[in-house]
Ligand binder design. Sequence first.
Ligand SMILES: NC(=O)c1ccc[n+]([C@@H]2O[C@H](COP(=O)([O-])OP(=O)(O)OC[C@H]3O[C@@H](n4cnc5c(N)ncnc54)[C@H](O)[C@@H]3O)[C@@H](O)[C@H]2O)c1
Ligand SMILES: O=C(O)C(=O)C[C@@H](O)[C@H](O)[C@H](O)COP(=O)(O)O
Ligand SMILES: [Zn+2]
Length: 361
Amino acid sequence: MRTELNIELPGGTYPIIIDASQFAISALKNRLSGKKIMIVTNDVVAPLYLQEVTDLFAGHQVHHCVVGDGENHKSVDSWLQILDELARCQFNRSDVLVSLGGGIVCDMTGFAAASWMRGMDFIQIPTTLLAQIDASVGGKTGVNHPAGKNLIGAFHQPMAVLINARTLKSLPAREFNAGIGEAIKYAGINQPEFYNWLNIHQQAIRDQDEEILLELIARCCRFKAAVVESDEKEQGIRALLNLGHTFGHAIETVTDYAYLHGEAVAVGMVMAAELSAQLGHCGSDIRKMLENLLQAFDLPIMLDANVPAEDLLQLMKADKKVINDRHRLILMKGLGAAFIAEGIANEDILTTIESCQEGQS
Ligand SMILES: NC(=O)c1ccc[n+]([C@@H]2O[C@H](COP(=O)([O-])OP(=O)(O)OC[C@H]3O[C@@H](n4cnc5c(N)ncnc54)[C@H](O)[C@@H]3O)[C@@H](O)[C@H]2O)c1
Ligand SMILES: O=C(O)C(=O)C[C@@H](O)[C@H](O)[C@H](O)COP(=O)(O)O
Ligand SMILES: [Zn+2]
C-alpha cells in the first residue's frame, strides 16, 4: 500500500512517499543518475537497515557516515563528523546525502546538506514515527547547542521524504508513543476531528494496525505540509507547529534529555493548555482532554517535581520565538484553536509550571 503527497513550495515541489513496507527509492532513479550518495545514520539504526538501504543504491558510489545515538549527539561535533566525511570522500554540490534514522539523524543530515558547499540535495528516510509524521517534513534542520534545543540550523528542504512504515516494527514502544505526542499536537493546533480519530483508533494504533498506521502518517504529513506550504520559514502561522515546544524544549534541556522530545512536548502541551485556561482563553476542559489522550499512550502529563520552575523559565527566554525579550507562546482558545500569544508575563509562566509538576493536583 502506498500514498504519495506533494509539498509545493516556491523553491520547488517534493514528494512524501508513504509505503507500508518498501523504501521507495526507485521513484527518484532519474534524478540520482551519476551521483555519489552518502547515507548518514546512527549506531542503533545502522545494524537494522543500513545494508538494505545501501543495496537500493546499487550502481552508485555509496558512502556511509555513522554518528552516535541520542540528543547529546545532535551536536556540532556530529555535524562536523558528517562534513569531514563529505570532504574525505570528495563530495560536491551535485552529490546527495541521505538520512536514515529518527528525527535527530534527519535534522543533522539536513543541516549538513544545507551547509556543505552552501547547499546540496538530501533525501529523508525517517525510521521513527515522530520523524515520519513531523521531523522529516518541512525543511527545519539543525543541531543542539548547550544553551538549548536546535539553536543552530537552517531551513533547507529535502528532495524527497521516503517513509517505510515497516521500520516502525523495530521501534521501542516508548519511542513510538513519543511520536504520538506530536500527532496529538496536530489535533491541538487546528484538527479537532483528529482528536476524535485518535481516540477512536487508540487500540489499533497501539497494535500498529497497518491500515490505521498508514492513515495516521498520511494525515499528519498532510497537516504539516499544508502549514509549511503557507509559511515555509516561520514568519507567521508555522509557529503553531511549536505548540507545547516552548515548555518542551526547556524541559529537554534542563533535564539533560531525560524526557524524549515527544514526551517533553506532551508535558509542554498540558502546560500550554493550563496557561491558556489561566489567562481566560479557554476552559480547564482542554487540559483534561489532552491529558486523557496523552495518558492513553503512556505519555507523561506532569513535570518531575525536582525541576526548578525558575530554571525552566530561564531556558524559555532563549526560545527562538522570543521577540524583544517578550515571550511568544502557542496557546489555545479551544482544542484545535491554537494561536500565537505575545508578551506572556514571567509570573504566569511560573504559576503554570508549578501547577503542572508532580505532587500538584
Ligand atoms: N525538523 C523538524 O521539523 C522536527 C520535528 C519534530 C522533531 N524534531 C527533532 O527530532 C528529534 C526527535 O526525533 P525522534 O523522536 O525520532 O528521536 P531519535 O532520532 O532519537 O530516535 C529515537 C530512537 O530510536 C532509534 N531508532 C530510530 N529508528 C529506529 C527503528 N526503526 N527501530 C529501532 N530504533 C530506531 C534511534 O536510534 C533513537 O535511539 C528531536 O531532536 C527533535 O528536536 C525535528
Ligand atoms: O516544523 C516545525 O516548524 C516545528 O516546529 C515542528 C516541531 O515539532 C519540531 O520539534 C521543530 O524542530 C521545532 O522547531 P524549533 O524551531 O522550535 O526548533
Ligand atoms: Zn517537535
